[in-house]
Write a protein that binds this ligand. Structure first.
Ligand SMILES: [Zn+2]
Length: 102
């Protein structure tokens, strides 16, 4: 049995949150939503991602990433499970229906 790496809540300072995929904890970038392998669940790799991919954000405080993380999770867990795009389509459809009735 290989020892699985665990997400540490301090990793948010590198812009990473945890996500469970196939019963395995992985790290997900809250900026570009990329999911890294479990093997990448170490500070150096997370830090490297932040510095290479989001160099302009490396000096942001952890609160910045926490806010990003919250809106990311909210996006995924909508009340109806519908994405923003599809609810806009529903709105357009209902406008069309109301126009037809005139
Ligand atoms: Zn990223």
């Amino acid at each position: 049995m290989s020892k699985k790496r665990q997400y540490d809540s301090s990793y948010i300072k590198y812009g990473f949150t945890e996500i469970e995929i196939n019963r395995e904890i992985r790290s997900q970038c809250v900026i570009c939503t990329v999911v890294l392998s479990n093997d990448a669940l170490k500070q150096a790799k997370l830090q490297r991602h932040l510095h290479k991919v989001h160099p302009t954000l490396k000096d942001r405080p952890p609160e910045f990433f926490e806010r990003k993380c919250k809106s990311l999770k909210k996006m995924k867990l909508g009340p109806s499970g519908a994405s923003v795009a599809s609810s806009q389509q529903v709105l357009i459809a209902s406008i069309e229906i109301s126009q037809l009735s005139y």
